[in-house]
Write a protein that binds this ligand. Structure first.
Ligand code: KG4
Ligand code: ZN
Length: 337
C-alpha cells in the first residue's frame, strides 16, 4: 500500500484553539510545527473540580492575544498567510472567542480564514511527525474528555465513524474516577501519576466491553469506583485504586481496538486525543499493534491534549486543496465529524 500524498499549505498558517479550557495558538510552515503555545486554565478550574464555561470564556479573552503574539514571535512570523480556527464542537463561549479573534485578524491581515472541526484536528495531529510514514486508510482511536471513537480514516477529510461510546467518554472515566479518589482536576494526568506506584490487580474493576462490538461503555466503571471508595473508606489504597482504574480503561480500549483491527483488516493504527497522552495506553496499544503486525503512530503527548498545532495542520491540508471559509463562519457547540 502506497503512502497517500498529503499536501500542506505552502506558507505560515496560524492555528487557534479555544474549544474547552486551553487557549492555544500555533504556527505551521509547510510540513513543520514551528510554534505551539498553550495556556492552560486547569489551575483556574481546579477549585470547582471541572470546567466552568463562563470562567473559561473570560480566561480565553485574556489569554488569546498574548498567546498569538508569543506563537508569532517564536516562529519568527510577522504575518501568517492564513488562519485556521476551531469552530466546532465545544463550549460555545470559548469557540466564539477563537472565531471572533480569527475573523478580526484575517480581516486586518487580509488572509484566508478556515474553520476546523476539533476532532479532525485530533485525527490529523499524528501528521505533526509522521507525514511521510502514515498510511491511509488507517484506524484511528480518538480518546478525549468528550469523545471515544474508532474512526476509519480513508484520507484527510474522509472519515467513517466505526464505533463510539454509549455513555461516558474515556477521559470522563478518568476525570470522574479521579474525583471519587480525591485526586482532583484534571483527572487523567493525576490518575496516571498515582498509578505509577500502584498495583493494577489490587482492586479488580469491571472492564466494560458491551456485547455490541461497535460500542464503548464507561459509566459502569464510575459506579464501581464509587462502590469501591464506599467499601474501603479510609483503608483505600489510592495508588492501587488509580492503577486499577487506569488498567480497566486501558483494557476496555485495547479490547475494542483489537476487534476493529480484526474486522477491518487495516494495517495502520493511530491513537489521538487527550487520553492518548496516557503512557500505559500508549504502551498497551503499541503491544497490540505489534501483535497484529500493524504500524502504530501517536503524537508526542504535548500534541495529544488540546492544542492549536493540530488545528493549523488540519487547516493547512484544507487550504492546500483550495478550501476556505467566508467571514460568516459560525461556531457550533455540537457538530458531527
Ligand atoms: O483532547 P482533550 O485535551 O480535550 C477534549 O477535547 O476533551 O482531552 C482531555 C481529556 C481529559 O479527560 C483528561 O483527563 C485526559 O484527556 N487526559 C489524560 C491524560 N492527560 C489528559 N487521561 C489519561 N492520562 C493522561 N496522561
Ligand atoms: Zn480535544
Amino acid at each position: 500500500m502506497a503512502a497517500t500524498q498529503v499536501t500542506w499549505f505552502d506558507g505560515p498558517v496560524l492555528g487557534l484553539e479555544t474549544s474547552c479550557d486551553e487557549t492555544s495558538a500555533a504556527i505551521t510552515i509547510n510540513q513543520m510545527v514551528r510554534a505551539n503555545v498553550v495556556s492552560s486554565q486547569a489551575e483556574l478550574h481546579q477549585q470547582w473540580g471541572g470546567v466552568v464555561p463562563e470562567v473559561a470564556s473570560r480566561a480565553h479573552v485574556e489569554a488569546m492575544l498574548p498567546v498569538v503574539e508569543t506563537a508569532l514571535n517564536l516562529a519568527e512570523v510577522k504575518k501568517p498567510a492564513a488562519i485556521a480556527v476551531t469552530n466546532r464542537p465545544g463550549l460555545i463561549g470559548g469557540l466564539s472567542v477563537g472565531v471572533t479573534t480569527a475573523k478580526a485578524l484575517a480581516l486586518a491581515w487580509q488572509v484566508p480564514l478556515i474553520g476546523v472541526h476539533h476532532l479532525e484536528g485530533h485525527i490529523l495531529s499524528v501528521l505533526a511527525d509522521a507525514t511521510e510514514a502514515l498510511q491511509f486508510p488507517h484506524l484511528c482511536l480518538i480518546v478525549s474528555g468528550g469523545h471515544t471513537e474508532l474512526i476509519k480514516v480513508q484520507a484527510p477529510g474522509r472519515y467513517t465513524v466505526l464505533s463510539e461510546t454509549i455513555d461516558d467518554a474515556a477521559g470522563e472515566a478518568f476525570d470522574k474516577g479521579a474525583r471519587l479518589l480525591g485526586l482532583g482536576y484534571p483527572g487523567g494526568a493525576r490518575v496516571q501519576e498515582r498509578a505509577t506506584h500502584g498495583n493494577p490487580k489490587r482492586y479488580p474493576l469491571p472492564i466494560a466491553i458491551p456485547n455490541d462490538p461497535y460500542h464503548f461503555s464507561f459509566s459502569g466503571l464510575k459506579t464501581a469506583v464509587l462502590r469501591l471508595t464506599q467499601k474501603e473508606g479510609e483503608c483505600l489504597d489510592v495508588p492501587d485504586a488509580a492503577a486499577s482504574l487506569q488498567a480497566a480503561i486501558v483494557g476496555a480500549l485495547a479490547a475494542k481496538v483489537e476487534g476493529a483491527l480484526e474486522t477491518t483488516g487495516l494495517k495502520t493504527l493511530t491513537l489521538v486525543g487527550g487520553v492518548a497522552a496516557n503512557l500505559a495506553l500508549r504502551a498497551r496499544l503499541k503491544e497490540t499493534a505489534n501483535k497484529y503486525g500493524v504500524s502504530f503512530h501517536t503524537p508526542d503527548p504535548s500534541l495529544c491534549t488540546d492544542n492549536a498545532a493540530m488545528i493549523a495542520i488540519a487547516g493547512s491540508l484544507r487550504l492546500a486543496k483550495g478550501e476556505c471559509d467566508h467571514f460568516t463562519l459560525d461556531c457550533s457547540p455540537n457538530a458531527p465529524l
